[in-house]
Design a protein around this ligand. Sequence first.
Ligand SMILES: [Zn+2]
Length: 420
Amino acid sequence: MDTADLRINPDRLRADFDDLSAIGATAEGGVTRLALSNEDLEARAWFANRIEDAGLVLRDDAIGNTSGILVMTQSAADPSFLVGSHLDSSLNSGRFDGAVGICAGLECLRTIREAGLRLPVNLEVISFTDQEGAWQSMLGSRGLTGRLGDLTAHRDAETIGAFRAALFRTGIIVNDLHEMYQAARPPEQVAGYLELHIEQGSRLYRSGKRLASVDGVVGRTTYLITFLGEASHSGTTDFDMRRDALRGAAAFITEAHDTIYLDFPGGMFNCGKIKVEPGVFNTIPAKAAVLCEVRHADEATLMTMEQHLLALAGRYAGRYNLDVQDKRVQHMPAAEMSPRIMQAISDACAGLCLPSPEVLTSYAGHDAQILAPFTETGMIFIPSINGISHNPNEDSRWEDVVLGANVLLHALIRAAGGSL
Ligand SMILES: [Zn+2]
């Protein structure tokens, strides 16, 4: 058969997808497979079996990434081109997030193996540990790329102990968490990375297009901004005498949404958690700790947004006679996808007689953003119906999953140096 006519087997893809969807299935029709939980372990065991059934070489590393290698060279230890996503999910999430990339990656390798195609580099389908951050966001991809940082920073002994116990259950025996750093691979061992994923937003779905090539993933910074006032009796303290920390926080949050929306096109802001102390209905709040995040595709603009927010917090603290403290909790830099891999995705579409892909920036975090500074990386999106994700109602049209898997197949062959 001509390689250009190569297609994945949609029935086999569907069977895998349905099997995986049943692991951690929830009553609402979604899945819960928190990283390192029993459900995640079951999914890992299932994946390992599928890898061996497919005739691939099973591999795992010091941080629990699970992969299957299709050996094209002398040895499975030679560099490989990675394709994959994650088996874990967030709480009561959807069946497609991560699972599409895993099942499609596996199916691509099976298809290539059956066709007897030879490529200059090994292919490796990989599931990264804890993409969703049940313990630490994108733990597996950060481990593989040597960007683990300090695993114990901002964590108490109890949390670290629980983390170690959870790792132990997966078979990762870490007397010292630092053994996980051994998962790091030298860059020359990785030939590239491709990921198929649902968009998790509604832009592609609304556009009517069926496929997008991602040009970058937004950078994201999380801040803990704490407004400090003074507790006092809510009945006897006059309004003009109050130092109400929550009032300052509330004004800041409202204004932050408005200013990011109006003054920073392409920017995002969210405040998802507030902790108020003492948290008593008839006491003026003395402390309001606001956990918020900003996102932008451009690193410099993201920096400007951060400065703007901190200035805003200072302004509202002044207005309500409060003190304010800020802590930059986490920063994920913006990442750009490789032009060469994006070209491979476009060429794959052309080769399959499909329209050229939409080009989108991802506003959700992905392992691809961790891989991007490390190796040539590309990402393919298929539409999420109504943009719903991290929800049991998350859905994609099955024909789009199959289309995405075929584009993944052809893009992978091209990116890994094969000819079509
Ligand atoms: Zn995902």
